[in-house]
Design a protein around this ligand. Sequence first.
Ligand code: 5AD
Ligand code: FES
Length: 345
Amino acid sequence: MTDIVEKLRNTSDLSDEELAALIETDDRDAAELLRRYADETRQKNYGKKVFLRGLIEVSSYCKNDCLYCGIRRSNKDADRYRLSREEIMSCCENGYGLGFRTFVMQGGEDGSFTDDLMCSVISEIKEKYPDCAVTLSLGERSFESYRRMKEAGADRYLLRHEAASQELYSKLHPKEMSLQNRKDCLFALKELGYQVGAGFMVGAPYQSTKHIVADLRFLQELQPQMIGIGPFVPHHNTPFAEEKGGTLELTLRLLGILRLMFPKVLLPATTALGTIAPNGRELGLQTGCNVVMPNLSPVKVRKKYDLYDNKICTGEEAAECRGCLQRRIESAGYEIASERGDCID
Ligand code: 5AD
Ligand code: FES
């Protein structure tokens, strides 16, 4: 198996069969070699730098009904909220003071966040903090909406494709959602000049190795600047409540594979990874990750942005999260970068 890791390091690609073998392997030597080469590649491109993204969870209302997600519209027990524009601005002020130079506005697909409202919030943030990047993660919207928000100053957009295989996508989403539309959105965002992030959950129900290979091939086609993956974690109020979660080992293997296939990509050590293992994010950083996304949302809403069970960082103030992450990053052998952290392609 280590010969496959060597080949991946040298060529940044593998055949479908080799990828499948590496995804499935329990060979510890291969896992350790993959970790070493992933870290070597991230250090060649980004040194020891880790970029911080201040995550502002703007709304837990969602018109979608994804089967895995705790804020799906069918979850009548979800305690919903949306932040006002003043609350969003005050998160940015707080975050700027803590050294964040990227603000990520993420939320469910909430019709109250109209294009007019979003554009005016985006312009205000860019006016007040011209040295900061604005990232949006608001799901599927129209081309015109994406165009207007880009024009208002948005720099980046995160939209996980969730599953590139039609078969798996249909098992994770209700009938009215379409994989084709999701892919069209991602290509539209690229065309409009956004730095784009895609990705998927690891160990989602019904996910097999061939589905993951399809995800990797789709990412090669899209060539996103950012790739977000994290383990699936069941939520007690969803149809997947009793399903098994994704594992630390598989998530780390995939992070290593992604770093070698996409040497310059921005790759976060996600909150979900920190949720399934106390040192999950540190291990992610040592396996090719170069981004972390501390929570900047007001503490009073944090527990309500409840995508999956046992989510970490829901009781801490932004400053506490920032301090906690700084300690974790430094203990893992890396350092916080002070710049915006755009992709170096
Ligand atoms: N477990 C892990 N990740 C989840 N997401 C949604 N629900 C879950 C869950 N139960 C991820 C999705 C989405 C991102 C915001 O959170 O991939 O794109
Ligand atoms: Fe949020 Fe540790 S990163 S509390």
